[in-house]
Design a protein around this ligand. Structure first.
Ligand code: BES
Ligand code: MN
Ligand code: ZN
Length: 487
């Protein structure tokens, strides 16, 4: 169920749940209104820190939730997201809600805070119930953000709602099992979304993929009964365009490892191996609401990685779209093979910049864990734009280098490249170096390895178990403030 969000300057007359914000150090600010008595909040451990909530019975059967806002000068979109999430988590089974933090804000901070509150409520309320027999419990259906301020705040509420809805769309795609969210089904979902959002889409079938010589995608698909697809989606801005950005998303709908098969344990979460492609689809879901002044083209190579009788054998050589040959020594390093085709296909059109997003390596998780993505780039300016977008979106990234001296690990005795590094070290980096080989000369490119942050068990703040939708917010921020990289 998507929640309907609105903005109002005064509180609705009756709601099931009312959230009232308090800054740390101002704990008696609500005393007139709530008559809680001295020390009521302190006695419950409430200090006003962001993320804290205390439920108190209010008038007219309204549940009142006192929410920590932290120090007044630190409340921004990222803190507000946590406040919104704390509110949603404190009021299960309430249908209507209002969030009033208006006393706490100055003009400049208000839109960002409203945006964050909405995202937090919507994302924390997300549930994946497609395969539950029990009907969903009735949770929030309508939430009003109460705040002074006019059009800017109302727009921020709408924008936050659209982005959160897109993140939930991505979570749904990731959470759907690999046996049902096949390449055909992803393409179908992409088509339906593109129609709703008035975007142009083209879906290449196996014959088309062969014509385009996408040998990496075909090689990975060889062990599968499910036909591959290659989806391209285009957004054209209404007004002046600052250029073209290509978004490439890894779309492995299930990764068994292929003949270099994973362990049972290692496969348990591999329906999420299309989280990069799903994030790109999420970006397009909200792109009309954000309306960036840049043309955006999404490239999604879609297949599963299976062990059928004609599966790619370790030692096989594949020819990628740009003509380079790859010796496949480990069929579980399949993401880079399909991305190689997509990166070189995107490069043919000479975009002003490329970002790829992929659940690419276990090594990324070893290095940075579950909440931070690795970012690698061939252009410092482009990487800086991604780091800035990361800070504004609250989706964390950390840079890893692409040292030329590690490139020789990818030298092959029989082909132009091998698909795995020589040793077990720096696996996220050797994967990045591999991808770099398929980016056209002079095109700024960045690679986001989201193996860790795209999926998990965390059920706290805005995160819910399963797919997280990581990358949608970051990429939308990136597009919204895009400047052609100078270097
Ligand atoms: N999809 C996996 C990476 C992954 C692992 C994502 C765990 C999320 C959680 C990728 O296709 C893979 O298997 N990578 C291998 C590469 C290796 C064979 C060089 C890996 O990281 O083990
Ligand atoms: Mn793999
Ligand atoms: Zn994979």
């Amino acid at each position: 169920m998507t929640i309907r969000f609105t903005h109002a300057r005064s509180r609705p007359r009756r709601v099931d749940a009312l959230g009232l914000g308090l800054h740390s150090g101002e704990l008696d600010a609500l005393d007139d209104e709530l008559t809680l008595g001295a020390g009521f909040l302190e006695a419950r451990g409430f200090t006003g820190a962001v993320g804290q909530s205390v439920v108190v019975p209010g008038p007219d059967a309204t549940t009142v939730v006192v929410l920590g806002l932290g120090p007044a000068d630190e409340l921004d979109v990222n803190e507000a997201r946590r406040v919104g999430a704390a509110f949603a988590r404190a009021v299960p089974r309430s249908a209507t809600g209002a969030l009033d933090v208006s006393g706490a804000l100055d003009d400049e901070a208000r839109p960002g805070v409203a945006h964050g509150l909405v995202e937090g409520v919507a994302l924390a309320s997300y549930r994946y119930r497609a395969h539950k027999s029990e009907p969903a419990p009735s949770d929030l259906t309508k939430v009003t953000v109460v705040s002074t301020g006019g059009r800017k705040v109302a727009d921020a509420v709408a924008r936050g709602a659209a982005i959160a809805e897109a993140v939930c769309f991505t979570r749904d795609l990731v959470n759907e099992p690999g046996g049902s969210m096949t390449p055909l089904e992803v393409a179908k979902a992409a088509r339906a979304m593109s129609r709703r959002e008035k975007l142009s889409i083209s879906v290449m079938d196996e014959a088309g993929i062969r014509r385009e010589r996408l040998g990496g995608l075909l090689g990975v698909n060889r062990g599968s009964e499910q036909p591959p697809r290659f989806v391209t989606i285009t957004y054209t801005p209404e007004g002046r365009s600052k250029g073209t950005v290509a978004l490439v998303g890894k779309g492995i709908t299930f990764d068994s490892g292929g003949l270099s098969i994973k362990t049972g344990e290692g496969m348990m979460t591999m329906k999420s191996d299309m989280a990069g492609a799903a994030a790109v689809l999420g970006v397009f879901h909200a792109i009309r609401a954000v309306a960036p002044s840049v043309e955006v083209v999404g490239y999604l190579p879609l297949t599963d990685n299976m062990t059928g009788p004609d599966a790619t054998r370790p030692g096989d050589v594949l020819r990628i779209h740009n003509g380079k040959t790859v010796e496949v020594l480990n069929t579980d390093a399949e993401g880079r093979l399909v991305l190689a085709d997509a990166l070189s296909l995107a490069s043919d059109t000479k975009p002003d910049a490329i970002v790829d997003i992929a659940t690419l390596t276990g090594a990324q998780m070893v290095a940075l864990g579950r909440s931070i993505a690795g970012v690698m780039a061939n252009d410092d300016g482009w990487r800086s734009q991604i780091e800035a977008a990361s800070e504004r979106s609250g989706e964390k990234v950390w840079p890893l280098p692409l040292p030329a001296e590690y490139r020789k690990e990818l030298d092959s005795k029989v082909a132009d490249l091998r698909n795995i590094g020589a040793g077990r070290f720096a696996g996220a980096i050797t994967a990045g170096l591999f991808l770099q080989e398929f980016v056209g000369e002079g095109i700024p490119w960045a690679h986001l390895d989201i193996a860790g942050p795209s999926f998990g068990d965390t059920d706290a703040a805005e995160l819910t178990p399963g797919g997280t939708g990581f990358g949608v917010r970051l990429l939308l921020e990136l597009l919204d403030s895009f400047e052609t990289p100078a270097s």
